[in-house]
Design a protein around this ligand. Sequence first.
Ligand SMILES: Nc1ncnc2c1ncn2[C@@H]1O[C@H](COP(=O)(O)OP(=O)(O)OP(=O)(O)O)[C@@H](O)[C@H]1O
Ligand SMILES: Nc1nc(=O)c2ncn([C@H]3C[C@H](O)[C@@H](CO)O3)c2[nH]1
Length: 214
Amino acid sequence: MIVLSGAIGAGKSSLATILSEHLGTEAFYEQVDNNPVLPLFYKDPKKYAFLLQIYFLNKRFDSIKKAMVQDNNVLDRSIYEDSLFFHMNADMGRATPQEVKVYDELLDNMMQELPYAAAKKAPDLLVHLDISYDTMIHRIEKRGRSYEQPEQDPTLPEYYKQLLSRYDGWYDDYDYSPKMKIDGDKYDFVENPADQKKVLELIDEQLRSRGTLK
Ligand SMILES: Nc1ncnc2c1ncn2[C@@H]1O[C@H](COP(=O)(O)OP(=O)(O)OP(=O)(O)O)[C@@H](O)[C@H]1O
Ligand SMILES: Nc1nc(=O)c2ncn([C@H]3C[C@H](O)[C@@H](CO)O3)c2[nH]1
C-alpha cells in the first residue's frame, strides 16, 4: 500500500487517481463530499471536532483494511495525519483533554488490531506532497468547497498556516515506513503532462528500490 500525505489541497486525491491508474491498482479516497460531519465542523469546530475525528478514524480504518490487500493500492491520506489534525484542534481548545485521551487510546487499540485485519501493519511507502501557504490557498479556492473558503471564516487562514507548520515537523519525525517528498509547488502533475511523468518516475524509482514494482 502506498499512502499519500499533505495539507488541505496538496493534491493527494488528484495524485491518488493518477498513480493508481499508472500502477493498475485501486485508489481509496477520504470521505469528503459525502461526509455529513465536515460542514458541521467548519461551522462549529468546538462542538464537532471530536465527532469528526471519530468519523474519519472509522472510515480511514476501513480503507486501510481494504487497501492493504494488494501491493501498491493507493490511500489518499494517512491515519497518522488524522491525529495531527486532532491534536492541533485540541491545542486550539476545540477538544477536551478527556476527548484526546479517548481518541489516542482508541487509535492505539485499533492500530494493534491491524496486523490481524490486514496483511501488513505499515504502508510500503509514504509520498508526501509539500506545498507552500500560497499554493494551499490557491488550490482551496480553485476546488471551491464552500466551508473551506477563507472568506467564510476569518480564522481559517491562521488554521491553515498552523496546519502547514505542523506538517513540517510531522514529516521529519515520520518513521513508520520509507518516505519521500514531492515538491507540490514545483510540479503541476494535474495539468502539465511533463510534470506528471516526472512525478510518476520519482515514485516508480522508490517502489523499484523497495521491491514492490518490477
Ligand atoms: N500539482 C497540482 N497542480 C495543479 N493543480 C493541482 C495540483 N494538485 C492539486 N491541484 C488542484 O488543487 C485542488 C485540490 O486538489 P486535491 O483535491 O487533489 O487535494 P487534496 O490534497 O486531496 O485535498 P484534501 O486534503 O482537502 O482532500 C484541485 O482543484 C486540483 O485539481
Ligand atoms: N478536523 C479534521 N480532522 C481530520 O482528521 C481531518 N482530515 C481531513 N480533514 C478535513 C480537511 C479538509 O477540509 C477536508 C478534506 O481533507 O477534511 C480533517 N479535519
